[in-house]
Design a protein around this ligand. Structure first.
Ligand code: PLP
Length: 455
């Protein structure tokens, strides 16, 4: 590909000055990076004017498309008022208004919003609230957490501790606190060839046994409801979230739902917990809260948890936690404009047809390809797993990085998706048009074909 002088300059500066997340920089510095300069609707546009359909909604956070006029306007209007003012000792207009709007749509029973600035910090807040809650109630032994195997809750130390991954975290193992891991249903299906129903029963039985055994030492069970995203899109059967919630309630421990990835419509309901009619004790959201514009996150709590922290100042029951940009007004203003779009455009009502179309197309056009072993989908959250030999379930040599090859081929064809091991990940903006969805699935199919036929 021929590049402009501007591209060459930026590439040199990137390679000289930057360190990218989750990236082997030696490899990066030997390649031509894709340098994004603009966005428009579902598309990203690079410095040379090439357009790419954003099939992962900029890491699962862009809900309404890029440069959405209503969000741009809300941001500009807020900058005309104030960009930032602290939430410590002061409040501000968009922070208050957003909390009221969010509380009206979260599962009933969640009444309090604690802002932070990323998914990981929303999780840290939930973990710290849970531990302090039990201390305030005098149950000081309850300090540990149960979680699902291969769960991912972010890259800060607490979040890593409840989402340990050997590949990502083994260098930092000594920094982490221990947590109790339960095998999720998908792992049972995969490792032991169980049916979905059998796997769910096994996983719930294991969760119940673990929680009952440890209940006096457990503060909470934390999980990604309905779909474990970063594990490679590991779905849970209907009723599983309810099952874990009931185990927590039966044993008197808190249930934390990490809806950072699943929240704001990604699974077809506003919150994944809604599929099972579950209200968690604490709920973490981030990513889509500002439609992918600004770093903002929130942890929701019940009134029961909130009230345990009330008392005279001198009792020191306060939650001593905060970040400089907690509840940043620009983020809150944009998030409010996003709430308007959900309401005005009845956005949630537009999703079932699109998600059903996606499911039919993936089953008909992609699962039928000779090297696609499995499609795992809940709403727009999609994983497509590649194998060398479908009949024998033989995996590709990991050194081939087959999914990464497909991702690069799709990019050459104007579509951005992401690899996770041998799984291709797709999660488009909620507002993607039918025509764009057809382009996305068509390019993914052709890219898989192109790469797997040559490998
Ligand atoms: C379920 C879940 N929790 C937490 C996080 C961390 O969010 P952030 O990257 O904003 O810190 C992620 C990120 O992918 C996630 O998928």
């Amino acid at each position: 590909m021929n590049h402009s002088d501007k591209y060459d300059t930026l590439k040199r500066l990137d390679h000289t000055h930057l360190w990218h997340p989750f990236t082997q920089m030696q490899e990066w510095m030997g390649e031509d990076p894709c340098i994004i300069a603009e966005g428009e609707g579902s598309y990203l546009i690079d410095v040379d004017g090439n357009r790419y359909l954003d099939g992962v909604s900029s890491l699962w956070c862009n809900l309404f498309g890029h440069r959405r006029p209503e969000l741009d306007e809300a941001l500009k209007a807020q900058t005309d008022r104030i960009a930032h003012s602290t939430f410590l000792g002061l409040s501000h207009v968009p922070g208050i208004e957003l909390a009221a709007r969010l509380n009206a749509i979260v599962p009933p029973g969640l009444t309090r919003v604690f802002y932070s600035d990323s998914g990981a910090t929303a999780v840290e807040v939930a973990l710290k609230l849970a531990v302090q809650y039990w201390q305030l109630l005098g149950q000081t032994e309850r300090t540990r957490f149960a979680r699902l195997e291969e769960s991912y809750h972010g890259d800060t130390v607490g979040a890593m501790s409840v989402g340990y991954s050997e590949l990502f975290h083994h260098y930092h193992r000594t920094m982490l606190f221990p947590s109790l891991s339960v095998k999720p249903p998908y792992a049972y299906q995969r490792e032991q060839g169980l049916t979905e129903a059998e796997a769910m029963e096994r996983s719930l039985a294991e969760a119940r046994a673990t929680v009952e055994r440890e209940k006096d030492r457990l503060a909470a069970f934390i999980m990604e409801p309905v779909m474990q995203g970063a594990a490679g899109m590991w779905p849970q059967p209907a009723g599983y979230v309810r099952g874990i919630r009931d185990i927590c309630a039966d044993n008197g421990i808190l249930f934390i739902a990490d809806e950072v990835a699943t929240g704001f419509g990604h699974t077809g309901r506003m919150w994944a917990c809604e599929h099972d009619g579950v209200t968690p004790d604490l709920m973490c959201v981030g990513k889509g809260i500002t439609g992918g514009y600004l770093p903002l996150a929130a942890t929701f709590a019940t009134e029961e948890i909130f009230s345990a922290f009330l008392g005279e100042y001198g009792e020191f029951k306060s939650f001593f936690h905060g970040h400089t940009y907690t509840g940043n007004p620009l983020g809150c203003a944009v998030a409010l404009a996003g709430m308007d779009i959900f309401e005005r455009d009845a956005l949630m009502e537009t999703l079932p047809a699109k998600m059903a179309w996606l499911e039919r197309t993936l089953q008909a056009d992609i699962l039928t390809l000779p090297h696609v072993r499995e499609i795992r989908q809940r709403g727009f959250m999609t994983g497509m797993e590649l194998v060398k030999d479908k009949a024998r379930g033989e995996r590709y040599d990991p050194g081939l990085r087959i999914a990464n090859q497909v991702v690069l081929e799709a990019r050459r064809r104007g579509v951005i998706i992401r690899p996770l091991g041998d799984t291709l990940i797709m999660l488009p903006p909620l507002t993607i048009s039918d025509a764009e969805l057809a382009i996305l699935t068509g390019v993914v199919r052709d890219s898989i074909r192109h790469v797997t036929e040559a490998s």
